[in-house]
Design a protein around this ligand. Structure first.
Ligand code: USQ
Length: 387
């Protein structure tokens, strides 16, 4: 009998694909979500490329395809009675915590959205920590952090900690953080809280500092020919990550929206590698009293490099793609040093799926099949500014 895994934020771009992947591998899986992101989408008037049925409907489809149950809980992580009830009833060995508002642009929109992001994200993490401490401190918590916690310092980025020597003394201390949005700041604050929980209560925590993810399908989503198990693929200026946006723009004939000079570098990964990394973390839990940080990306690219890759792949499909440099709606370095380490997951056995022309071509083809759903009115930057 494999472990029981509770996935918080099970409705999201990564939550549902993770649930199917672990269920397929024989884990007993439950998902929890309050559909808050769907509420924000309605408020902002944005839609994903492919409509996703609700969690119970997807769990029923999954059961029909595989015979496996995925248990569904609908509610707010931040409500203590609800979360405690779920943890007591399901008795997870591992909790994967994706249950946060994940958008930097949304967090910078106005006072309300920055407070919503901070309150929701910190409240959720704190509630999960207390649930684990109170109900079963042995539960391994896998928390989705972000590479954006580090910012873009002019030195190599370590995985969470670094040796510091000062006035002749040495210590291993958390790597300095320079987040670039209230969203990224909320992840820094999450990490600080979790490390406190590890030091004070002996929790076992893995913090996965992930870079921007790309991709539109996984082995499990392909199992349903009607596309009802696909991830929530976003291409709007609030939720779409840069490569997913570029692919959509190429298909619909809009010049790729390079912000500023396009020299911004980030560590990227395919959604199927997110599943691989999270799976490796489940299979190799942190020790009791350990705050383990792993940088979760496979390759570093600048925005300009990504746009060139999309152009080249689209050309082979007969699509002529251009780029346009927009005044940057964000405050960020547009030319900078970037060398982040990512050896922890590789040493656990991560086999990277790199961003080849074939991968981009396959993404372009799937988006082309769904071209009729693309809404041009939500693509261009305009509403989401760093003020
Ligand atoms: N960018 C463009 N054009 C666009 C969209 C983005 O040039 O149309 C640029 C941005 O200015 C930025 C870079 O691409 O320099 C990455 O932007 P992004 O929107 O792909 O990523 P970001 O806002 O940082 O956030 C995303 C996810 C977030 C995750 C983060 C990882 O939404 O949940 O935590 O990637 S990281 O970027 O490493 O912080």
């Amino acid at each position: 009998m494999k472990d029981k895994v509770l996935i918080l934020g099970g409705d999201g771009y990564l939550g549902w694909p993770t649930a199917m992947n672990l269920s397929n591998l024989g884990y007993s899986v439950a998902v929890l979500d309050n559909y808050f992101k769907r509420w924000i989408f309605n408020k902002l008037g944005i839609t994903p490329l492919i409509d996703c049925p609700n969690l119970q409907e997807r769990a029923n489809i999954w059961k029909g395809l595989t015979g496996n149950d995925i248990k569904v809980y609908v509610g707010d992580i931040g409500e203590q009675d609800f979360l405690f009830k779920v943890v007591k009833e399901f008795e997870p060995d591992t909790i994967i915590h994706y249950g946060e508002i994940p958008s930097a642009p949304y967090s910078m929109l106005n006072h309300n959205t920055s407070w919503e992001t901070i309150q929701n994200n910190l409240g959720a993490t704190l509630a999960v920590m207390w649930a684990i401490k109170t109900i079963n401190p042995d539960i391994h918590l896998i928390k989705l952090g972000t590479m954006g916690e580090y910012g873009t310092p002019n030195i190599d980025i370590e995985e969470g900690f670094m040796e510091i020597e000062q006035s002749g003394r040495k210590d291993r201390l958390p790597f300095p953080k320079l987040p670039g949005s209230f969203y990224h700041l909320s992840k820094v604050q999450d990490s600080d809280m979790l490390y406190l929980g590890v030091r004070m209560w002996g929790l076992r925590v893995t913090d996965l500092n992930q870079g921007p993810v790309y991709g539109i399908e996984t082995a499990e989503s392909r199992m349903d020919k009607e596309n009802r198990l696909m991830p929530h693929f976003h291409y709007d200026e609030f939720w779409g990550t840069v490569l997913n946006r570029f692919i959509t723009q190429a298909v619909v004939g809009i010049p790729l929206t390079v912000y500023g000079k396009g020299g911004q570098k980030r560590g990227f990964l395919n959604i199927i590698d997110t599943l691989q990394c999270v799976r490796l973390a489940v299979q190799n839990p942190a020790n009791k009293g350990e705050f383990r940080v792993m940088n979760q990306f496979t390759e570093i690219f600048s925005v300009n490099e990504l746009s060139e890759k999309v152009k080249a792949a689209a050309k082979n499909l007969g699509i002529d793609v251009t780029t346009k440099n927009y005044p940057n709606p964000r405050k960020e370095a547009e030319e900078h040093y970037y060398n982040a380490k990512n050896t922890n997951l590789l040493s656990l056995g991560l086999q990277p799926n790199y961003l080849t022309e074939k991968v981009i071509t396959e993404m372009l083809e799937i988006v082309m099949e769904n071209k009729k759903n693309i809404r041009q009115d939500i693509i261009l930057p305009g509403r989401a500014k760093w003020q």
